[in-house]
Design a binder for this molecule. Structure first.
Ligand SMILES: [Fe+2]
Length: 136
């Protein structure tokens, strides 16, 4: 699911390396979910989900700062997309994940993956022509 490839490249270094980190965390969760879930792998999964959420928020803040710094015109729309996703992540009770929730975890991960792919390819790519020259 979470494999970064060139089709996700914006050409903006900071953004691409943060996106790659998001994919890495997603892939780590995926690997764990494909192994036998016991108490310790479940605990690790929980930790990684927290990490994914925190890193997502950190990454969104980086984009937000760049938008403000360079007066990106479509910032309201973009930031509201981020807010919706953070709301979704916050609604998932990641401290109450149980061993029998493997299917739930798989669905969660699939939803997150699809959201990220779609967001990069539709929303993030919109700011590339605007920000690229200003940053590099
Ligand atoms: Fe974004």
């Amino acid at each position: 699911m979470f494999k970064w490839n060139e089709s996700f490249a914006t050409g903006i270094k900071t953004i691409d390396s943060q996106h790659q980190r998001l994919f890495e965390i997603g892939e780590e969760i995926e690997v764990l979910l494909n192994t036998y879930l016991d108490q310790s792998t479940l605990h690790k999964t929980e930790e990684l989900l927290h990490e994914l959420r925190d890193y997502t928020i950190y990454h969104f803040n980086t984009e937000k700062e760049l938008f403000h710094k360079f007066n990106y015109p479509d910032l309201d729309h973009h930031l509201s997309e981020h807010d919706k996703f953070v709301d979704y992540l916050n609604k998932v009770d990641m401290d109450d994940i149980k061993m029998d929730q493997e299917e739930f975890l798989n669905n969660l991960l699939r939803t997150v993956a699809q959201w990220i792919f779609k967001h990069i390819n539709s929303e993030d790519f919109k700011y590339v022509p605007f920000l690229k020259d200003k940053i590099q």
